[in-house]
Design a protein around this ligand. Sequence first.
Ligand code: ATP
Length: 366
Amino acid sequence: MASVELEGIKKAFGEVVAVKKLDLSIKEGEFFTFLGPSGCGKTTTLRMIAGFYYPTEGTVKFSQKDMTKVAPEKRNTGMVFQNYALFPHMTVFENVAFGLKVRKLSKSETQMRVHDVLKKVRLEQYSKRQVSQLSGGQQQRVALARALVIEPDILLLDEPLSNLDARLRDEMRTEILRLQKDYRITTIYVTHDQVEALTMSDRIAVFNFGVCHQIGSPKEIYNQPVNDFVASFIGEINLLNCELINRKEQESCTVKLLDIPDKTFYLYTEKIEEGLPPSSPLKLLIRPEGVELSLTELHEENVLKGTVSLAQFTGTSVNLHIQVNEKVMIKALALNKGELGWIENGTTIWIRLPKEQMRIVPSILG
Ligand code: ATP
């Protein structure tokens, strides 16, 4: 096991700056995910850790040891690629044994290690099978076994589940986590799939355009996003243009929603992201599950009146779109019980935005 430290990392390919300036450290044994849309620099960062690319600037360290210019084969990392990169005409055994052959391990040691790892990924009965005769999920396991058999200090996984169907993806998620805990191996996982990131990771780094916007546990990223990009990339959310009327003076703060004139809302000051620049555009955030609903009029603060414009039944709940005016639509969630479970388009409804459920963050999306 090793920790990974990236210090002031930048990577440019000619004019294209794939990673702008990155500082992060990954702890020993951690399951750490790089999450972000296509082209945001996740794979480039992973490849700098593997040693396939050298950074234009900055330092890559493993357990505080400088690895920036160390060749990939000397880093003791195991990597699983999106397309698996297996040798199709070799057997499962030969594919998994490949890295040990290169390392010149004895035949008996190789036999033992390949056998052990194939057992771990539940493929021991397939060792003589050609890889081209395996299903996608089985090939995925071979790729994992091949990465694990060298007993790497760090396991690097680049969108390893993207070629699998939804059911297999679910299964392999559990499988990867089981193996990661069994081997207690520092793992870096690249994905653009928020569900994978939320369900698997100890911590997540959210990237966009070569910049890492936030690092935190799944709960921190979901509940305390630092800006509207992070908020909108993970889960459903309402993003409302707003202006702060008083800034962090008392326990409760007053906010004006720019698209709902003549209405003032109150939220707790600790729900305001630290260090907001005074003149930056701001967004008020609230998750659909944080919105409270009533079919009878509410005479309280933070209440809006709207009309249901979409009621989408999902089984356990109903996803609602509620039109407040021409510009503002609020997404909410009603559980499939009581009268709200039967709600239909056109219904008049009162929306309460609870103080503790709202946050104010800078807007980088505009
Ligand atoms: P995806 O999820 O689509 O794999 P990503 O987040 O992993 O995307 P990267 O592959 O790291 O993104 O790419 C980041 C940026 O760097 C992109 O604009 C990409 O076109 C560019 N890039 C990546 N590799 C190279 C290269 N070898 N030469 C030139 N540009 C590159």
